[in-house]
Ligand binder design. Structure first.
Ligand SMILES: Cc1cc2nc3c(=O)[nH]c(=O)nc-3n(C[C@H](O)[C@H](O)[C@H](O)COP(=O)(O)O)c2cc1C
Length: 171
């Protein structure tokens, strides 16, 4: 059931030293490829980072978050078109990449691979390290890796549903 998968996904910040097979990694990224995007522009690139030296450099880019260097793979979600503002005033690439990256997180969870969103990083340092062109933006990173953490022990600290829904108008 889909909600079981949503409950299972949690931020994992402790990884074991075990590689993710290529075919599985590509299956996980397939979930990003299939994600929706505004006007279906698909203006994105997903940089797969496995080189230990690059991952280590990413620790610094991500403000010293050590587990970034301990994950098996880091995926950088890069927006290749950053100027499209939707009629609603919202920048489309932020939404598009967020959906695609969460697809990755959910697809990984299905295979008991832990993930963590990384939004705390320096944009300029990330671009320099990964040779991302100036007119693109790294929207987020995601760490991926096997873990000894129990996915069934995913305790969600969340607001109650009554706190977050309104009926018919904002209240
Ligand atoms: C956009 C975004 C950026 C995030 N950045 C970081 C980060 O830099 N480092 C980190 O450890 N967790 C980061 N997180 C993870 C959140 O802290 C986490 O999702 C939240 O506490 C809920 O916990 P859960 O993912 O286990 O359900 C980020 C999450 C999102 C959605």
């Amino acid at each position: 059931m889909f909600l079981d998968l949503v409950r299972k996904r949690k931020s994992v910040r402790s990884y074991i030293d075990r590689a993710i097979p290529d075919d599985l990694l590509y299956e996980i990224i397939e979930a990003a490829r299939l994600a929706p995007s505004a006007k279906n522009v698909q203006e994105w690139k997903f940089i797969i980072i496995r080189d230990p030296a690059t991952k280590e450099a990413l620790v610094n880019v991500a403000k010293g978050q050590q587990f970034v260097g301990e994950s098996a793979v880091v995926i950088a979600g890069v927006a290749t078109q950053t100027g499209y503002i939707m009629t609603n005033g919202i920048l489309a690439c932020n939404v598009d990449l967020a959906i695609a990256m969460e697809h990755i997180a959910l697809a990984a969870a299905e295979h008991n691979i832990g993930t963590c969103w990384i939004g705390a990083f320096y944009q300029d340092k990330a671009k320099e390290l990964l040779h991302v062109p100036d007119d693109c933006m790294v929207i987020s990173f995601m760490t991926l890796g096997y873990t000894t953490e129990d996915f069934n022990q995913s305790i969600k600290q969340r607001k109650k549903i009554e706190e977050i829904i309104c009926q018919e108008r904002y209240t």
